[in-house]
Design a protein around this ligand. Structure first.
Ligand code: HEM
Length: 501
């Protein structure tokens, strides 16, 4: 009797699963939306941990000639948008219906869940409004000295490493530099990693860079299956990291309330938010503030570090581009004479900006922009997606579409020169996303990149080393969600003449 009951229950379960699966499987064909057949368990996510997520979006773009196509996140249907006009509507024009991201960190992970990148409405608007004041022109201007000082240290570090005969792991070198910059700006901790390659904050960012299978699973769940996050106890940041963030935050808060800082940096801006919230009884928790500093560090150090790494590698293999960049920086240096390179002047260098744009076109750290529909939404006359559908605007796919960027695998900064840039259609170049939920650190990142590149390439020429892969064959981190180098990519640094020392 009991056996029969078990058999019957199992039969019912399988029948239910089968019926459910047939419904899931036909979801996009019922709506006439192009798609590739889903896997019965993973849906379209069979590539996870095999290929970098950004690369997957890039590769799949060219399989469809349609403005959008359907995928499944396990059994959940989601839409990928390949078309700039629909992308613009989702990210900008109809952004009110797409305020939230689909990704989310668990309830038991306040630092992961309360930060501006993961948090949803209504909290997101309130945090974003306050944090916008953290990145105003005047706040960024007050940090110019920091960019300059750390860029000079970067040049010194290369010199020291050259003398010691070290091989350059550029990604480590540049993430030492970006850790210092963001560590100081967001946490007030001067970690000195640019000079020494080590510091407590650097240990934290090294932990972030560890793309083990388990961390890969955590990130995958946060992005594509948030319901699993709490079940498996995944967190956005490793536990020891969040403990360290709390300790640093409390100590800096105490120090600055006793002494004041006059620094007007991101830390001061965060502490002011806390103070204002106490005055208005809004009750912003310490964890909510630490979460923002943590996500600046997370969002800022590796994106910028990777961009610098890719640029340096490409310039080693594209000597004419490197010479053009050098000439532009050297010309500025000649004009200003003994004065140090000023961050303000650097951001106005046309070719330097072209080099940065081309690097983040070819290697956008986050090339798929995720949102979730709050209400049913009409994509076009054929398709209306129901509320709750995740949508990905395929920015990296557009960045590699030869219609918009001819010969897209070629590193060609000239395409961003003012006379050529006008040929790039609107809304196909989105390295920092678009709309109200775009990258809040965009201007900070550009200053950071300009300062480092100008100082390094004024003093050094880089050349490829024998036995290493060409840029287009570079290994990309397969366990990562963001587009990051997957292997050490050394290049040779050769000091230029003493003219500018
Ligand atoms: C080369 C450097 C960087 C690139 C290419 C980049 C790119 C991006 C992209 C594509 C997004 C998603 C935008 C969207 O969904 O529309 C984003 C979001 C974000 N980025 Fe960046 N980023 C960079 C550097 C930084 C830096 C330096 C910081 C902080 C100091 C930062 C902080 C953030 C934050 C907080 C968000 C979430 C914004 C929100 O959801 O409201 N990023 N970034």
């Amino acid at each position: 009797m009991l056996v029969n009951l078990c058999v019957l229950t199992l039969a019912c379960l399988f029948a239910w699963l089968y019926l459910r699966w047939t419904k899931v499987r036909s979801y996009w064909s019922d709506r006439d939306v192009p798609h590739l057949p889903p896997h019965p368990v993973w849906g379209s996510l069979t590539f996870l941990q095999q290929i970098n997520v950004g690369l997957w979006f890039k590769n799949i773009y060219s399989k469809f000639q349609s403005p959008y196509f359907g995928i499944w996140l396990f059994w959940r249907p989601a839409l990928v948008v390949n078309c700039p006009e629909i992308g613009k509507r989702i990210l900008v024009k109809d952004a009110d219906n797409f305020r939230d991201r689909f990704l989310s960190s668990g309830k038991n992970d306040p630092i992961g869940a309360l930060n501006i990148f993961t948090v949803n409405e209504p909290l997101w608007s309130s945090i974003r409004r306050r944090l916008t004041s953290v990145f105003t022109s005047s706040k960024l201007k007050s940090m110019h000295g920091l960019f300059q000082q750390k860029s000079v240290e970067l040049v010194q570090r290369i010199q020291t490493d050259l003398k010691a005969g070290k091989k350059f792991d550029t990604r480590s070198l540049y993430t030492d530099y970006t850790t210092d910059i963001i560590g100081i700006a967001a946490f007030g901790v001067d970690s000195n990693a640019t000079i020494t390659g080590e510091s407590h904050m650097r240990t934290v960012t090294k932990d972030f860079m560890e793309y083990s299978f388990w961390r890969g699973m955590a990130w995958t769940s946060i992005f594509f299956f948030p319901s699993l996050v709490d079940i498996f106890g995944f967190t956005m940041f490793p536990k020891k990291t969040t403990d360290y963030f709390r300790k640093v935050y409390h100590s800096i808060a105490k120090q600055r309330s006793a002494e004041g800082s006059g620094k007007k940096d991101l830390v001061d801006a965060l502490l002011k938010i806390k103070q204002d919230s106490l005055n208005t009884n809004e009750g912003i928790s310490d964890d909510a503030l630490i979460a923002q500093a943590a996500v600046f560090l997370q969002g800022g150090f590796d994106t910028s570090g990777s961009a610098l790494t890719f640029i340096t590698y490409e310039l080693a293999y594209n000597q004419e581009v490197q010479e053009k960049l050098y000439n532009e920086i050297a010309e500025l240096k000649q004009r200003i004479g003994d004065k140090p390179l000023q961050t303000d002047d650097l951001t106005n260098l046309t070719y330097l900006n072209c080099v940065i744009n081309e690097a983040i076109r070819k290697y956008p750290p986050m090339g798929f922009l995720d949102r979730i529909a709050a209400k049913d939404y009409k994509i076009d006359d054929n398709l209306t997606i129901p509320a709750g559908t995740p949508v990905y605007v395929n920015a990296i796919g557009m960045h590699y579409d030869p219609k918009y960027f001819p010969d897209p695998e070629q590193f060609n900064p000239d395409r961003f020169l003012p006379e050529n840039e006008k040929n790039i259609p609107a809304n196909v170049f989105m390295p920092f996303g678009d709309g109200p939920r775009n990258c809040i650190g965009m201007r900070f990142a550009k200053l950071n990149l300009c300062a480092a590149l100008a100082h390094v390439f004024l003093h050094y020429r880089v050349r490829p080393l024998a036995g290493f892969l060409k840029p287009n064959d570079l290994e990309i981190e397969k366990n990562a969600i963001f587009l990051m180098p997957g292997a050490i990519n050394p290049v040779e640094f050769v000091p230029r003449s003493d003219e500018f020392k």
